[in-house]
Design a protein around this ligand. Structure first.
Ligand code: IPM
Ligand code: MG
Length: 351
């Protein structure tokens, strides 16, 4: 039996998570798996009830399951809260508490959507790389931090073990994909912490001599990702650089509404779409559920070690898209658009 905790959160979160749950149930029925899905509050939805974005109860539930499925958090209603009470702080807390040190964000162009990107289709067509973003260290968590009237400060710091474990994961992934290239991205020409990052990545690389390792400065990487995204197979980088580069990578594929992510640690894993809560379209049955459904595919692959089930889900997404069905975010101007539930049904029908 697989025990999944779902935390739909805010905005379009509940709608896209509902779509993903339909897909989980369809897959479970097809293969005869037993799945228990337990729903918990998170983000603004939790704040309204408990005055707290992340309760101990939700955290405990996340610790005691096989995988967590997250929708999205945040919205205008909670933007003016003090820093520590904001939804973003709850997201960082859940990552840290569950030890989710690696964030995997694929940039994969769906065949049916090569012309949905703002970049030329011959540039983006065939792009397929994975970003490994370090998620529980770096400047997001470094101390000291703060600001007063005259100064603001944060600290970018990495411990050896933090760099080693994410580098190792990226190299192992590259090995499983047939010894593809790993590009480590840093700012070692300016930052000591980046020079340290680079040194440690090269030390770990000694255990993977069959894999090609390239170093790239983050400014150049931002340019290379839009210039020629096909040059990348696996990117490994720190928390802040990964945050920025994964948004750039996401846009190559046409819409952030397409992209899943997995946040994994040694004991827990959480799956969520890359996009946010999109409060402007919340509750309108307009959101694209594909990113969340693809996150379920990542769950089956990473947490349940069922890559063939993951493939069935990706294939069902491709097959649905091939019929021409489009939610508003991926439709061409004037094209007929499908709702969240219609897109979900089209995918479920193909499982
Ligand atoms: C992301 C988001 C978060 C981050 C924010 C919402 C805290 O941008 O998951 O990429 O910066 O990590
Ligand atoms: Mg981000």
């Amino acid at each position: 039996m697989y025990k999944i905790v779902s935390i739909p959160g805010d905005g379009i979160g509940p709608e896209v998570v509902a779509g993903a749950v339909d897909v989980i149930n369809a897959v479970a029925k097809k293969h005869g798996f037993e799945v228990l899905i337990e729903e918990h509050l998170f983000g603004g939805a939790s704040y309204e009830v408990h005055g707290n974005m992340l309760t101990d109860e939700t955290l405990e539930a996340c610790r005691n399951c096989d995988a967590v499925l997250l929708g999205a958090v945040g919205g205008p209603k909670w933007e003016s809260l003090p820093h520590a009470e904001k939804p973003e702080a709850a997201l960082l807390k859940i990552r840290k508490e569950l030890g989710l040190f690696a964030n995997l964000r694929p940039a994969k162009v769906y065949e049916a959507l090569v012309d949905a990107s703002t970049l030329k289709s011959e540039v983006v067509g065939g792009t397929d790389f994975m970003v490994f973003r370090e998620l529980t260290g770096g400047i997001y968590f470094g101390q000291p931090r703060g600001y007063d009237e005259n100064r603001g400060w944060n600290t970018m710091v990495y411990e050896r073990y933090e760099v080693e474990r994410i580098a190792r994961l990226a190299f192992e992934y590259a090995r499983n994909r047939g010894n593809v290239k790993v590009t480590s991205i840093d700012k070692a020409n300016v930052l000591e912490v980046s020079q340290f990052w680079r040194n440690v990545v090269h030390e770990v690389h000694k255990d993977f001599p069959e894999i090609e390792l390239a170093d790239m400065y983050v400014d150049n990487a931002a340019m290379q990702i839009v210039r020629n995204p096909k040059q990348f197979d696996v990117i490994v980088t720190s928390n802040l650089f990964g945050d920025i580069l994964s948004d750039i990578s996401g846009m190559i594929t046409g819409s952030l509404g397409m992209l899943p992510s997995a946040s994994i640690g040694s004991d827990h894993a959480l799956y969520e779409p890359i996009h946010g809560s999109a409060p402007d379209i919340a509750g309108q049955n307009k959101a694209n559920p594909i990113a969340t459904i693809a996150s379920v595919a990542m769950m089956f692959e990473n947490s349940f070690a069922l890559p063939e089930v993951a493939k069935e889900i990706y294939d069902a997404i491709e097959a649905a898209l091939a019929t021409g069905i489009r939610t508003a975010d991926i439709a061409k101007p004037g094209e007929k658009t499908a709702s969240t539930t219609e897109m979900t049904a089209a995918i479920v029908a193909r499982i």
